[in-house]
Design a protein around this ligand. Structure first.
Ligand code: G6Q
Length: 546
């Protein structure tokens, strides 16, 4: 439906006038209980959303907006396996992959849970064999290095999780190759021993050019070492895919293939056998814990009232900024270094799901949809782009994410990490008035003339909103909950905007175009078929290649 036709949308539009005129500093001064009231804890995640430019009335209307646009009913459909991905006629069931309950989940009259558990027990058993040293390479040696070859959803999820939980990893070393640029593969392989390296070729379709190109080169690297002995492939290549035919065509034994299903979207697939690298790095128990954390968040999302529901709150705040306060982008700033790929992961999750201008019903939208998501680990960002967050001309809400406990953290680093995170959120909200700048400079003995000259430069407007998410720890369980939190946030926003968050025609376009241009580049005298600029570039590259 068109959300702008709801009563809540109209009420929010009129509320936005007074919110624009108010300052969070005053709002806090007038309401001492705000920080306690606007905080929720669930699944090991404490969310303080008090530093947002909202009032209780705005929050009430946002909750109504979720109800009026039918979010809870749509969520029930997703969990029940209805084909809510209408353009691809598919169910959307990443939640079934981590469903630890007993209720069947039906797709086309079949309960999918037994198949999910069967594949997981195979991936877990395989991970155990590789980790224990039972799985041997072609020379009879154990595996020391595992290289995941995949891209997009078949890369970012496992990569982000393996990085995030690195302090807990106790299996073989994990590497991820995604870019078709040969340097990515070559730089990764240059220090590895073919006899002790295992490749996981991860591709839902098994037709993605980048992945197949990298996988073929990896196979050639292995065969060169094995002096052309093709039987080595079965010891060093496994596939994660939905496409048996293509896997077989590539030369991977179907015994070494781990499947999943069309109802698992690429960017939602880390819970499936695409998560195999996670099970190899952490062990099956670690992977199961990740699933358990996500399942806990699924329960919270389905059962907690909207006002106390983490995914709903994050989503509704995002809609508020996007549609009523003209914020066009949103920053994710994790303060734990091992979460360094989280912004990239969320960028895909959010922008690929909701970066759309046509609703699920085929009508063009007349309102903003998915924002630009970007970010970097916290303290690094402070020494770079945070300047713009503090004093730039755009309103950019920030998600601060900080896990309070992580193996390997030591003092004084930990306290400094926490202090930096809290300080930034406070500074964005409070700002610094001219009077404060003046007083600060006078105390330092700065001359009046200099104070006058620098006053406006050193003033901070404040009133810049943020969410603070404090995680009990950076364990598989809490990370699982955090990822599921963002998945459901994206879902809620997608429903409010009336989108199908589960297709990705923009990505498909890229795949299609690259194939054609690749042919044009490698076939002499092929007929031109692109726009004039692209044709000129093709000719330039061909000439340069020569
Ligand atoms: C994810 C997207 C996309 C996809 C990659 C890889 O939701 O569809 O990022 O994951 O293009 O696709 P394959 O797994 O099929 O190689």
């Amino acid at each position: 439906m068109n959300p702008t036709t709801t009563a809540a949308w109209r009420a929010l539009a009129s509320q936005s006038e007074s919110i624009r005129a108010s300052h969070l500093r005053e709002v806090f001064a007038q309401d001492p209980s705000r920080a306690q009231r606007m905080a929720v804890k669930a699944c090991g995640i404490y969310l303080d959303y008090s530093k947002n430019r909202i009032s209780d009335e705005v929050l009430n209307q946002l909750v109504k907006l979720a109800e009026e646009t039918g979010v809870p009913a749509h969520a029930r459909k997703m969990f029940a396996g209805e084909k809510i991905n209408n353009t691809e006629k598919r169910a959307v069931l990443h939640t079934a992959l981590r469903n630890l309950g007993d209720t069947p989940v039906m797709v086309d009259g079949q309960n999918v849970i037994p198949a999910v558990r069967e594949v997981r027990s195979r991936t877990n058993a395989f991970a155990r064999r590789v980790r224990s040293g039972e799985w041997l390479g072609y020379t009879g040696q154990t595996i020391t290095d595992v290289v995941n070859i995949g891209i997009g959803g078949s890369d970012l999820g496992p990569l982000m999780v393996v990085e995030a939980l690195k302090p807990l990893a106790d299996g073989p070393r994990l590497h991820f190759v995604s870019n078709v640029d040969s340097l990515h593969l070559n730089q990764t392989l240059k220090d590895l021993d073919p006899a002790r390296t295992l490749f996981i070729v991860a591709s839902k379709t098994f037709t993605t050019i980048e992945t197949l190109t990298n996988a073929r080169s990896a196979r050639a690297w292995l065969l060169e070492a094995a002096q052309g002995d093709k039987s080595a492939i079965a010891r060093h290549f496994v596939a994660v895919s939905t496409n048996k035919e293509k896997v077989s065509e590539f030369g991977i034994d179907l015994e070494n293939m781990f499947g999943f299903w069309d109802w698992v979207g690429g960017r939602y697939s880390l819970w499936s056998s695409i998560g195999l690298p996670i099970a190899v790095a952490l062990g099956p128990d670690g992977f199961e814990e990740l699933l358990a954390g996500a399942y806990e968040m699924d329960q919270h999302f389905q059962n907690a009232p909207i006002r106390e529901n983490l995914p709903y709150l994050l989503a509704l705040l995002g809609v508020w900024y996007n549609n009523f306060l003209d914020a066009k982008s949103h920053v994710v700033a994790p303060y734990n270094q091992t979460l360094h790929r989280l912004p990239a992961f969320l960028q895909q999750l959010d922008m690929e799901s909701n970066g759309k201008s046509v609703r699920a019903d085929g009508e063009a939208v007349s309102y903003a949809t998915g924002p630009v998501i970007w970010g970097e680990p916290g303290t690094n960002g402070q020494h770079a782009f945070f300047q713009l967050l503090h004093q730039g001309t755009s309103l950019i809400p920030v998600d601060f994410i900080l896990a309070l406990d992580q193996p390997g953290q030591i003092e004084p680093h930990r306290t400094s990490q926490i202090a930096n995170c809290l300080a930034q959120a406070s500074a964005l909200m409070q700002g610094k008035t001219q009077a404060e700048v003046q007083a600060e400079m006078r105390e330092k003995g700065v001359s009046e003339a200099q104070i006058t000259e620098l006053l406006t430069h050193r003033e901070f407007s404040g009133n810049r909103p943020s969410n603070m998410m404090l995680l009990d720890d950076l364990s598989p369980r809490t990370l699982g909950a955090l990822i599921a939190l963002y998945e459901h946030k994206v879902f809620v926003q997608g429903v409010i905007w009336g989108l199908n968050s589960f297709d990705q025609w923009g990505v498909e376009l890229g795949k299609q175009l690259a194939t054609g241009i690749e042919q044009r580049l490698s076939t002499p005298n092929s007929a031109p078929g692109y726009d004039a600029s692209t044709e000129a570039l093709i000719n330039y590259v061909k000439a340069a290649k020569r």
